[in-house]
Design a protein around this ligand. Structure first.
Ligand code: NAG
Length: 249
């Protein structure tokens, strides 16, 4: 080797020694649960609260791209509450509540379908999946209407008639009023507004799973598996770490 080649080699070595531990530190500090070796706590649940309205495009994207995949991985470790009301307004007319919804009357009706599904389906996970199904981009039109509900009922095997009946009756009105009151207590100016253990999820965060995993005291094995995925793909230009970093909590 010429002197120049040796010199360049040494410079390169110094640079790489300097950079590598830094990157690793950064990764591992942010991903404490990667090396977590304590016992899992089967009773620990992370709370997710979602304030949304059924026709808003960002809400529909959030459900299909973030919520459903996270539920698929972690459902037993989550306590999910959803509030289908969003930016609606409630007024009293002749002692009866009436609603004005951001995307018109169709959205008020859709929100009632969501509220009634949550009320009537005994399996809460199923109710959440039904609502996500009604908002899925594959639904005709804007979704969350009778037709969407029927598509989901058929796919998931439940009777949709009681839910439609609820949405057109006083019960639907009562439920929507309730969600309006609960939403008013929180105060937000955009939807979907998402709280993870009562901490606001940055609307730019495209990695709900990372944010949720960070919130566990004793992260379940699904989170450790995910941290490994991020570490493995983050270092090789796969965009894993970049995706993760955008959601720092
Ligand atoms: C509730 O529904 C989910 C999704 O359909 C299913 O995986 C789960 O087994 C159900 N739970 C019970 C207790 O039936």
């Amino acid at each position: 080797m010429s002197n120049l080649a040796i010199y360049l080699f040494v410079i390169q070595l110094i640079l790489s020694l300097d950079a590598a531990p830094q990157v690793l530190d950064q990764l591992q500090n942010g991903l404490d649960y990667y090396s977590y070796e304590g016992l899992e706590d089967e009773t620990e649940k992370v709370s997710i609260k979602i304030y949304y309205e059924c026709l808003c495009p960002d809400c529909r994207r959030f459900d299909s791209e973030q919520l459903v995949p996270v539920m698929r991985r972690l459902t037993d470790h989550l306590d999910i509450q959803t509030f289908p009301y969003g930016n609606a307004k409630t007024e009293e007319h002749d002692g009866k509540p009436t609603f004005t919804c951001q995307h018109g009357p169709a959205e008020c009706y859709g929100n009632k379908l969501h509220a009634c599904a949550l009320d009537l389906l005994r399996n809460h996970t199923q109710a959440l999946l039904v609502n996500a199904c009604m908002m899925d981009p594959s639904q005709a039109g804007r979704g969350s209407d009778d037709q969407a509900l029927d598509v989901c009922g058929k796919a998931m095997g439940f009777d949709t008639a009681p839910i439609k009946h609820c949405a057109t009756s006083d019960r639907g009105t009562q439920l929507l009023e309730h969600y309006g009151e609960e939403s008013g207590k929180v105060g937000y100016d955009y939807v979907p507004y998402v709280l993870i253990n009562n901490k606001v999820l940055d609307p730019d965060c495209s990695d709900l799973l990372k944010f949720v995993c960070d919130a566990f005291v004793a992260p379940p094995r699904e989170c450790r598996a995910y941290a490994r995925e991020l570490l493995e793909h983050g270092g090789s230009g796969g965009g894993g770490y970049a995706r993760y970093a955008g959601c720092a909590s």
